[in-house]
Design a protein around this ligand. Sequence first.
Ligand SMILES: [Zn+2]
Length: 243
Amino acid sequence: MAEALYFLDCYLKEFEATVEKVTDDRFVVLDRTAYYPESGGQPNDTGKLVHESDGDEFDVLYAGKFNGEISHEIAGENISKGLKAGDRVKGLIDWTRRYRHMRMHTATHVIANVIEKEAGAQITGNQLGLDQSRVDFSLEVFDRGKFAEYERIANDIIARKIPVNLYLVSRKEAEEKLSRLTTLAKGFSDKIEEVRMVEIEGVTIEACGGTHVKNTEEIKGIKITKLQNKGKSNRRMYFTLVD
Ligand SMILES: [Zn+2]
């Protein structure tokens, strides 16, 4: 598995790597990468790989995890003529897109935590987007009138400029830390030895592999744009970022 550089440094916009293989004339695996592969409700990064020796540029359309490997899908044809195993490349991340996803992801942790604590909701899923993001949750009594207050509480947390810490812990330690959140803690497979934690100091600690801003002030603010009843106790909330 390539070294995932985004894990502990979400602000890395450029990196150098060696091509490990090119498959189907389209998919490139590197020994290390800062590209976030689509997962956990966070979309993939896009950008460029630049060949170190001749300066040829290859557009990265998609990054995903396949068979435990992070693969970069390159635009165009005959990629393997220009890029082969052993070549050195510089990777450049489309920062506008990635940074928006970072703000969205940390914002999701904040607002999800507020509706868990204030409404007693149980989060069931999320999908980040550039324009708006979605949080799915289970909640018996759906009082839409209270969501303006939840938005206000979330914006208060954001305005408090709270540090966001990322670190790796052993699976055992993660299970202990998360014992309150039993649904999450039960999810770890025995094969996983280390778990990446995302802590918004004094607000929430979660096991999460996504990319985050380093302080809540970078989110600036959120606005809830839509609330939906999805039947039984399933609810859906959309929010956007306020610049
Ligand atoms: Zn997350």
